[in-house]
Design a protein around this ligand. Structure first.
Ligand SMILES: [Zn+2]
Length: 159
């Protein structure tokens, strides 16, 4: 409980006031956090991806969403709660901000969390690179530019 009081003391007074209005939710929250540097990590139920799960009106919601709603204000169904600290288990309301699904995606791209798409691009550029190398090799081996160009044209049409 000591940590909990420290956390609330440091918080924006409006946020503390708001949280104190829902005492049950606040104490549920405070029982399940641990300080980790500036972050407050959820130590309750966890999702495989590292997010915390919190009970909210009989269902489970993401713990950082719970935190945002408890301290800052309603999230709204269509909005995402994003991490400024980029740490999924963190529920420090100061490290959270609201964004749309698009913001969230952009954020992930900026932070380089979209390996799959980059991989597809790589594959494509490798194929193109291989094709060019092959054509160059054939030209060096004595084939005329015209013939190489014709066959690469055909190849492209067959694609
Ligand atoms: Zn954090």
């Amino acid at each position: 409980m000591k940590l909990a009081l420290k956390v609330i003391e440091k918080m924006h007074p409006d946020w503390a006031k708001r949280a104190f209005r829902s005492k049950d939710k606040l104490s549920y929250f405070l029982d399940r956090i641990a300080a980790n540097g500036d972050c407050l990590d959820w130590v309750g139920c966890k999702h495989a991806a590292g997010y915390g799960w919190a009970k909210w009106h009989g269902r489970m919601i993401r713990a950082h969403r719970y935190s945002y709603d408890l301290f800052v204000g309603p999230v709204g169904e269509k909005l995402h709660v994003m991490h400024l600290c980029d740490r999924p288990p963190c529920v420090n309301p100061e490290h959270l901000k609201l964004g749309t699904a698009l913001d969230n995606q952009r954020d992930m791209v900026n932070k380089g969390r979209q390996g799959k798409r980059a991989g597809d691009n790589n594959k494509q550029s490798k194929l193109t690179g291989a094709l060019v190398l092959n054509l160059r090799k054939r030209h060096t081996a004595g084939e005329s530019f015209a013939s190489v160009a014709r066959s690469s044209g055909r190849q492209r049409r067959n694609d």
